[in-house]
Design a protein around this ligand. Structure first.
Ligand code: TXA
Ligand code: MG
Length: 330
């Protein structure tokens, strides 16, 4: 259950940038304007902060998030740029363009923020308020549009307050956002593909690249919070090892993905075990989900036995991802 917070609203100035950075560093949630729409920001490197962000948006789904950074140099620590990506960054950053790239080696962004994928969405915003916050914080900030899941993206601080008041720590009010629709998303993972039309027109991108963009059919019927193009990109993380869900008894030699207290017999039977949250905290469990699955997938066990996870709060999204991983659904 999301606990009720006292959401503060501050006008955008030097003080609010410093206060935003302080809250982000403490794992809190800050909404701020970008040139496209208001984003709900969290420290991209802090898995628990990212889990809290999904929780605040409601109907949690662990869709991969966009990492926001100040410049190309910072972006290159997160994703690998091919020649097309270099060209697009040079032409349109800072601005309303998001690039989906292969994750760079040593990328510090939490696995939960990229939903366990090997790709990452990166954007360099041009809005001064967003840039001042990124400058003050000094680390990448993940920011989905600052609306409840299923609602439209907010273009004023009042929209954000109406949707997320009581669920986030701070709203920095920088007036109405100039572009008003989300960034255009282009995947540079091979032939460049348009994943989401947005604030930067396709024609401008094709002009800069001197080639046509291929189209990735968007999944989810226009819901901007739905994962994009599951056929084209791996939309869900899937381990190679078979998963057994909601187990009561661990078979000898299995890897164990635990939640809460582990019965002694199961601890003994397991070849290796990791606990999503020994104290049964769903926020902590979400933060650990993809990294624990990955680690256990590498343990060489015949199967990963997964203890039951309750379905309330973030548990709904955790169970959804576990079910997809068990079904080998990509
Ligand atoms: O203008 C914007 O892009 C705003 C501002 C706040 O920056 N942000 C925004 O974020 O619209 P969000 O989370 O509402 O939409 C991001 C979209 C989602 O549809 C997500 O599935 C997709 O980007 N996405 C993120 N990472 C991806 C990846 N690695 N591969 C494919 N799609 C990805
Ligand atoms: Mg959105």
């Amino acid at each position: 259950m999301t606990t009720l917070l006292a959401t503060r609203v501050m006008p955008a100035d030097v003080d609010s940038a410093a206060e935003a950075a302080r809250i982000l560093a403490a794992g809190g949630l800050v909404a701020f304007p970008t040139e496209t729409v208001y984003g709900l920001g969290a420290d991209a490197t802090n898995g628990q902060a990212v889990a809290r962000l999904y929780d605040a948006k409601g109907r949690p789904a662990f869709n991969p998030l966009i990492a926001h950074v100040l410049d190309l140099q910072a972006a290159k620590k997160l994703g690998r740029f091919d020649a097309d990506a270099e060209r697009l960054a040079a032409a349109f950053w800072p601005g309303p363009l998001t690039l989906v790239l292969h994750r760079a080696a040593g990328c510090p962004v939490a696995e939960l923020a990229t939903a366990g994928l090997d790709t990452i969405a990166v954007r360099v915003p041009s809005h001064l308020v967003a840039r001042n916050i990124l400058k003050a914080f000094g680390k990448p900030v993940v920011a989905p549009s600052a609306n409840r899941s299923g609602h439209v993206s907010p273009t004023t601080a009042a929209h954000v307050l109406a949707d997320l008041g009581g669920r986030i720590d701070l709203i920095v009010d920088g007036g109405a956002t100039p572009v008003g629709i989300e960034s255009t998303i282009v995947a540079c993972l091979g032939a460049p593909a348009l994943l989401r039309p947005g604030g930067l027109p396709r024609a401008a991108i094709e002009q800069a690249l001197q080639q046509k963009l291929s189209d990735a059919p968007a999944a989810g019927g226009g819901d901007d919070d739905a994962p994009i193009a599951p056929g084209l990109l791996a939309a869900h993380y899937a381990p190679r090892t078979r998963l057994r869900l909601a187990i009561r008894r661990v078979e000898p030699g299995e890897a164990l993905l635990a939640f809460g207290p582990v019965p002694a017999a199961n601890a003994q039977a397991a070849k290796t075990a990791l606990n999503l949250s020994a104290r049964g905290d769903l926020i902590e469990a979400a933060a650990n989900l993809f990294s624990h699955l990955r680690a256990l997938d590498g343990a060489g066990a015949p199967a990963i036995a997964v203890m039951p996870v309750p379905a309330d709060g973030l548990g709904e999204a955790i169970n959804d991802r576990l079910a997809r991983a068990a079904a080998g659904d990509r």
